[in-house]
Design a protein around this ligand. Structure first.
Ligand SMILES: C[C@H](O)[C@H](O)[C@H]1CNC2=NC(N)=NC(=O)C2=N1
Length: 97
């Protein structure tokens, strides 16, 4: 069972990510893409990565703005797996813009 990160550890990890905020209850990032199809394309790539990692973000899609939230539901808090997933989401967003 993965450990929930401390507030200090989450704070430190946020510094290495692009535009994420949060605390040990969850970390999130919103991104505005070129349009709805571009937003869906990013979500589709994130879905593929999430399946590979067997770790899935909560996703909110509003026209071309997508919000990703990473938390390990099974332990009720942010773990290393969420930070790793967030990093992968950043890579996908970076390559899509
Ligand atoms: C069986 C499977 O490993 C689990 O249900 C996984 C799937 N993806 C998951 N994703 C997230 N974010 N939290 C989980 O607890 C989780 N559990």
């Amino acid at each position: 069972m993965a450990d929930v990160l401390t507030a200090e550890a989450v704070e430190q990890e946020l510094g290495g990510l692009d535009g994420w905020s949060g605390d040990p209850t969850g970390i999130s990032r919103s991104v505005e893409l070129a349009g709805f199809p571009a937003a869906i394309a990013v979500v589709d790539r994130v879905a593929e990565t999430a399946e590979q990692l067997d770790h899935h973000p909560d996703i909110d899609i509003r026209w071309r703005t997508v919000t990703f939230r990473c938390v390990t539901h099974s332990v009720g808090g942010v773990t290393r797996r969420d930070v790793d997933l967030a990093r992968r989401i950043d890579e996908i967003i970076r390559s899509a813009r």
